[in-house]
Design a protein around this ligand. Sequence first.
Ligand SMILES: Cc1cc2nc3c(=O)[nH]c(=O)nc-3n(C[C@H](O)[C@H](O)[C@H](O)COP(=O)(O)OP(=O)(O)OC[C@H]3O[C@@H](n4cnc5c(N)ncnc54)[C@H](O)[C@@H]3O)c2cc1C
Length: 294
Amino acid sequence: MKVTEIWKTRDKPTISFELFPPRDEPAAEKLEKVIEELAVLRPDFVSVTFGAGGSTREGSYNLVKKLLREKGLETLAYFTCHGLGPEDITSVLDSYRDLGVENVLAARGDPPHQRPDFKPHPVSLPHASDLLAFIRPRYDFCLGAAGYPEGHIEATSKERDLEYLKLKVEKGADFIITNYFYDNRYFFDFLERCHRLDIQVPILPGVMPIYSVKMMENLAKLCGATITSEIRDGLAGLPEGDKEAITHFGIDFAISQCKGLLETGVPGLHIYTMDRAKSAVEIVNHLREAKLLG
Ligand SMILES: Cc1cc2nc3c(=O)[nH]c(=O)nc-3n(C[C@H](O)[C@H](O)[C@H](O)COP(=O)(O)OP(=O)(O)OC[C@H]3O[C@@H](n4cnc5c(N)ncnc54)[C@H](O)[C@@H]3O)c2cc1C
């Protein structure tokens, strides 16, 4: 089912999880258990990332296939075009269409840092809006685009970034999933600015629980997310190196963030799981017990 249809048929906000393809056999075994734990929560859909420069092309396809065919989960396949030529783009998208994928999130992606010898195709598409324009007339996917409440890290200004987001909608995006943020005010401000620009498609907030301090710092540096003083102070008050305490802090913080988002009538919550189940399970169970999720 198309995710825009899912939102129309649910009377409560949806819950969805992002997964990435495993790097090796031990990670694949671990992921299998994670999928089992997450599937018990009956997510409305799950999403699968696509590695920079097509680096996880096969792994992404296999994970999408497993989730869709074996696990019976509605799946949103991410696809990034950076460095790929039209033949590669078409062959990946054809394979998803043939698998029965109905939902694709079209992003630009970044250069693959771990492959310094990577040579972009001479006619690759420069921006996500170009990818959306390429896909729209050729496929019947329900299409998503990436949005950035704090502005994309390369953007010259938040205003300019939002004009490009509007272009993505004009070129075919049916919905937007946002990058994560730790202060809901970034999201509310983003929503208001989207409405002012007449961006009318559903906007699904992305939520990244804190899994470890190192991961939080590294990811924030990569995508420009602000780590708030509330988080810094909260973490500073925990016994140093106590992983359990940090995970619990992250879960409690995410629950309170999700409650604030749900109060304002968001279409759902998209949890960046980093291929871990514990935090997502606790967050969703808590919100369901509070009758905030279906
Ligand atoms: C929900 C979500 C899912 C993601 N999934 C993946 C994934 O699976 N794999 C992966 O590698 N990465 C993924 N990313 C990360 C994403 O690929 C990076 O953030 C990337 O740097 C930008 O992608 P984009 O689609 O936003 O690009 P674009 O929309 O092309 O924007 C990139 C930059 O260019 C500017 N810009 C946009 N359009 C134009 C234009 N027409 N002219 C000039 N400037 C322009 C923007 O302001 C921005 O600064 C995801 C991000 C999100 C939020």
